[in-house]
Design a protein around this ligand. Sequence first.
Ligand code: PRP
Length: 182
Amino acid sequence: MTDWNEHVERILLSEEEIATTVKRLAEQIDKDYINEENVVLIGVLKGSVTFMTDLMRAMKTPTKIDFMKVSSYGDSTISSGNVNIVLDLNRKNLPSENLILVEDIVDSGRTLKYLVSYLLNKGAKSVKTVTLLDKPARREVDYTPEYVGQQIDNHFVIGYGLDYSEKYRTLPYVGVIKPEYI
Ligand code: PRP
């Protein structure tokens, strides 16, 4: 049986470091949303799933949850530039809802920049973003998430939801993949 741990060159964020980071982000968000009603965490599938389930349990703010999925390729219902929405939100009370988009990683910035403007145009009361990881060196559009767990250099990272070719999402930490497995 393949052990995916053996495909990891080094651990970038251990389980303990992730837990500390998630707690800090949850506290920041709780502080900012203390006076808000109708907060909804929106996970951007699939990479955000692990982070989202930890974050929502670390937050004290009562939140609903929902999911979207975007892709640069494949089947799509709505398209703009490089970002295709393959699973859209279908919420009845969007004008009263404060959305927080949850991402595992921001790279070029295209996904979140597009989604924030798409959801505001769709009528959301407010839209902010939280990401576990940010790779500012890879930015192609001007976009800064409100809440960032850790900034990282331009490594190919896997684990804690992040994949390479759909593998490694289930590893409990964030690691750098060995080059021979790319
Ligand atoms: C990753 C990540 C973000 C996006 C960030 O998703 O989860 O959604 O890329 O890149 P950007 O800043 O350049 O737009 P991916 O397309 O790998 O899908 P996945 O979440 O299903 O792994």
